[in-house]
Design a protein around this ligand. Structure first.
Ligand SMILES: Nc1ncnc2c1ncn2[C@@H]1O[C@H](COP(=O)(O)OP(=O)(O)OP(=O)(O)O)[C@@H](O)[C@H]1O
Length: 256
């Protein structure tokens, strides 16, 4: 099992002395190579789930396992990617991709080889000596994905990586990420507010309740073409799945 949450609750102590339970009794499993999205109302604990997977926070109770091992500290086998690409502006793209390998003590020549291979896989060959400001927003996100994959993680965590992109770039980058991730066979957990995105990109969607977040439904997306969200977008079933999630999140009632 690539990832497992076993009765996980996380409570934060607030400076006021009060306590806030972000997530409560979370249970789910992610198989190796699966792509799972997490959707839920604002503040229901989606980022807290990612942070516990990465080992940045410890559960108050329950257990998180990555590749069968209990997560007790920041986990170097977990790759994390955020909405902002966080590329270092003073480094070239290839040097940015090498960054995580440097801190892991990988030799200079191996670093370069691995970084170039990831750049090619992420369709950025020829841009290795550019600086981040010379790339478009979508290309920068692809470079950030290359950097995340270069450390050869067991699992990657994507925290709304497409939300800052314009609508058309978003479609293209979703497609390119999906293809790269499928090809790499890597287990992925995506947080998104975009319900259609969760359906077109995933094998399964976890729908969380309001805070304290708990998994209220797991929806298996029984559709082909996970590696081509653009093709999935054409399928009528997409709307049925998105509507199901929409109803679970009570978005219709909230708008009223
Ligand atoms: N370090 C912390 N200290 C105290 N409270 C925290 C901390 N981190 C998160 N929280 C609280 O826990 C709850 C869940 O936060 P989290 O960021 O995980 O939710 P989210 O679902 O990712 O939200 P959004 O969709 O708005 O990004 C929120 O009420 C937040 O204020």
């Amino acid at each position: 099992m690539a990832l497992e949450f076993d009765h996980v609750t996380k409570t934060f102590a607030l400076p006021s002395g009060q306590e806030l339970t972000a997530v409560s009794d979370i249970n789910f499993k992610v198989e190796k190579g699966e792509f799972v999205s997490v959707v839920g109302p604002s503040g229901c604990g989606k980022s807290t789930i990612l942070s516990m997977t990465a080992g940045l926070y410890q559960p108050t109770s329950g257990i998180v396992r990555v590749s069968g091992e209990v997560v007790t500290k920041p986990n170097p086998h977990v790759g994390f990617m955020l909405q902002k690409d966080l590329l270092l502006p003073w480094r070239t793209i290839v040097k940015n991709v090498e960054f995580g390998l440097e801190s892991r003590g990988v030799s200079k020549s191996e670093r370069r080889d691995r970084a170039m291979a990831e750049l090619e896989r992420c369709h950025l060959k020829g841009f290795e000596n550019h600086y981040p400001y010379q790339l478009s927003g979508g290309m920068r996100q692809r470079a950030a994905l290359a950097r995340t994959l270069a450390i050869d993680p067991d699992i990657i965590l994507l925290d709304e990586p497409f939300s800052a992109l314009d609508a058309q770039t978003k479609l293209l980058i979703q497609d390119s990420f999906a293809e790269t991730i499928k090809e790499a066979g890597i287990t992925t957990l995506l947080i998104t507010h975009d319900l259609a995105e969760s359906v077109i990109m995933s094998d399964r969607v976890l729908v969380l309740s309001e805070r304290p977040g708990t998994v209220q439904r797991e929806i298996e997306i029984g559709l082909p073409n996970r590696e081509h969200p653009l093709a999935r977008r054409q399928m009528t079933e997409i709307h049925d799945y998105a509507n199901e999630i929409f109803t679970l999140l009570k978005l219709d009632r909230r708008a009223a």
